[in-house]
Design a protein around this ligand. Structure first.
Ligand code: ATP
Length: 587
């Protein structure tokens, strides 16, 4: 099995109920997928494993915010203006394409997203790129910015536009003023959210890798940039495969195989918080079953990175020779909270107490309302508030003749002498600071896809070809399949009882009595069930069952009274199947 794993995975996912395109009865719509019974459980298990590692083990809190949010949120976050992809339309068949993806597919350029639109137009012409659907030349076609947010109206009429959130993060940022209270106003603290996000992708493709309704698992870790440091020592020995920006830019560039600790020391990972989360993420991906030989962390190229992001790395996985992003790790400074502070009436700061009171200089304003009132009418109060905020944050803005402030998206210029700007010396017991944010942002769908694709195996059993998923018991939808050898002589009743007892003990059990036993084993192999238990005549006579292991297909007999405990030990990795075999032989 060397090529086209994706095709086989997509076929298996549909046939066995992992995931398939939704709305098939109405022809289907690209970019929307339904997780079937196996997939829904696998996805839940991946989410639980993420929650366990990134929320519970880190001591962070979890929230669950709405997926529809009002327009001002996205004005503040910048999504309304800038959450665009490059669109090029085929003049012949009318199909829409991601212009940067066409460039990446047919040139040496690996990351065209950061290339300016006009240059992408030139690249399309230079490389004679054609429409992938009908082969028509695309040279000369305009490349346009297309906003990926789904718009809706909140309530009847169109007076309150809303958007389906394009990321879960904003649901955390906008609630910061309340969340900080729950964190007892102490930094650092982290807030996680697992939930749906919506992106009206220009060309959804590759099954659940690029969908229009996706699930994200995001963590916003709010930190004091001056004082807080991550517990790097906990992850310093974690081995990582890094693909730094300078290596990507070299002709013969390659990977740096190192540890998190060394990468920090050598200045490859320049931000300690990002380094820490790479160190947490690497073993987590391994734990859920991503093949670490087909996994890397790639640094964003300078053009790819948002201007406010100090450093940014993506976790990437490879399938069929193609690399794609599984998660992003960004140090976002105070960008998000500052933006919401500017656009809303709330405080997005936190009061930081000094050890000792300090004499400090404080910039203040005392705006001349007899000027602001007539000049700005009903907006005068907002302009005065904006001046006050500006004085606190950006004293240099008061160096010129006019001071420009923004409120509700409008700019206002106020002559300096009307602002009443001054600097006084006061004693302060602390200061309001805007926390910085480190954001690990995971795609759950892409993780599920990778876990399935990397677990896909083909071999031959008893002269027959078999495909199976080598899933870890923690994420496998079912951990035990229970079968009666035949549906008679009380074997079925006994098997049902055993299945019920195992379920009571916390095992995920599938009961199957249809078809030949070999077929039943294959069905469980294909959905990655690690163990199968068969109830036969010997069970009725001697009280033992057959336990079969998925990967080796080896079988052994286990007394019914030991079954649950044996399966628990196997599932949790406390015993190997070989040890169970040896123990059975010894009896
Ligand atoms: P891409 O460049 O592949 O479009 P992105 O950089 O826009 O991804 P982020 O905004 O960083 O992605 O989102 C965080 C994570 O959400 C990604 O790492 C990815 O796993 C997931 N994700 C983003 N867009 C999609 C999508 N359309 N379908 C499935 N998962 C997605």
């Amino acid at each position: 099995m060397t090529e086209d794993v994706s095709e086989r995975v997509v076929e298996l996912a549909k046939r066995r109920g992992f995931f398939f395109q939704s709305n098939g009865a109405y022809g289907g719509v690209s970019g929307f997928y339904t997780y079937g019974p196996q997939g829904a459980t696998l996805k839940d298990n991946v989410e639980d494993a993420w929650r366990d590692r990134f929320a519970v083990a880190e001591g962070h809190m979890e929230v669950d915010a709405p997926t529809v949010m009002p327009e001002p949120v996205f004005e503040a976050s910048g999504h309304l203006d800038g959450f665009d992809d490059m669109l090029v339309e085929c003049p012949e068949c009318g199909e829409n394409h991601r212009a940067d993806h066409l460039v990446e597919d047919d040139t040496e350029i690996e990351e065209a997203e950061s290339v300016p639109t006009e240059e992408v137009e030139d690249l399309i012409a230079e490389h004679d790129l054609v429409c992938p659907d009908c082969g028509t030349e695309l040279a000369g076609q305009p490349v346009e910015e297309f906003n990926l947010m789904f718009e809706t109206n909140i309530g009847p009429g169109s007076s309150q536009p809303g958007y389906l959130r394009p990321e879960t993060a904003q649901g955390i940022f906008v609630e910061f003023p309340r969340l900080k209270e729950y964190a007892r106003n102490q930094l650092p603290f982290g807030v996680t959210q697992i939930g749906k996000a919506y992106r009206n992708e220009i060309s959804p493709r590759n099954s659940i890798i690029r969908v229009r309704e996706l699930t994200q698992a995001e963590l916003e870790h709010f930190v004091d940039p001056e004082e807080d440091e991550p517990p790097l020592h906990r992850v310093e020995d974690v081995r990582v495969t890094l693909y730094p920006a300078d290596e990507q830019e070299k002709e013969e560039g390659g990977y740096v195989e190192t540890t998190v600790g060394e990468a920090v020391e050598e200045g490859i990972l320049t931000n300690d918080w990002v380094a820490y989360y790479l160190g947490v993420a690497e073993p987590w991906y391994d734990r859920v079953g991503v093949d670490m030989d087909r996994f890397r962390f790639r640094q964003h190229l300078s053009g790819e990175r948002a201007h406010y992001a100090a450093d940014c790395w993506d976790a990437e996985a490879e399938i069929d020779g193609d690399w794609f992003e599984l998660a992003g790790f960004a140090y976002r400074s105070d960008y998000d909270l500052s933006k919401h502070a500017e656009h809303s009436d709330e405080e997005f700061t936190l009061f930081k107490q000094y050890d000792e009171p300090k004499r400090v200089e404080r910039a203040t304003v005392d705006p001349d309302m007899s000027y602001l009132g007539p000049e700005f009418g009903g907006d005068a109060g907002d302009v005065a508030d904006a001046l006050e905020r500006k004085a606190e944050r950006d004293r240099a803005a008061f160096d010129g003749e006019d001071v420009t402030v923004e409120t509700d998206g409008e700019e206002y210029a106020v002559p300096l002498e009307k602002t009443g700007f001054g600097v006084e010396e006061v004693t302060e017991s602390g200061e309001h600071i805007t926390p910085h944010v480190v954001e690990p942002s995971f795609g759950v769908d892409r993780t599920v896809y990778t876990v399935v694709a990397h677990a896909y195996r083909e071999d031959e059993v008893d002269g027959e070809e078999r495909s199976y998923l080598d899933l870890d018991p923690e994420v496998a939808p079912t951990t035990v399949g229970v079968f009666p050898l035949m549906d008679k002589d009380g074997m079925d009743e006994r098997a049902r009882d055993i299945a019920a007892e195992l379920r009571e003990d916390g095992h995920d059990v599938t009961y199957d009595d249809s078809g030949a036993i070999g077929r039943r084993y294959r069905r469980q192999d294909e959905v990655g069930t690690p163990f199968c238990v068969t109830v036969d005549y010997e069970t009725l006579e001697a009280g033992t069952v057959t336990v079969r292991e998925r990967d080796t297909t080896e079988q052994t007999r286990v007394p019914v009274e030991d079954l649950s405990e044996t399966l628990t030990a196997l599932r949790d990795g406390d015993r190997t199947f070989d040890e169970v075999l040896v123990a059975a032989d010894a009896e």
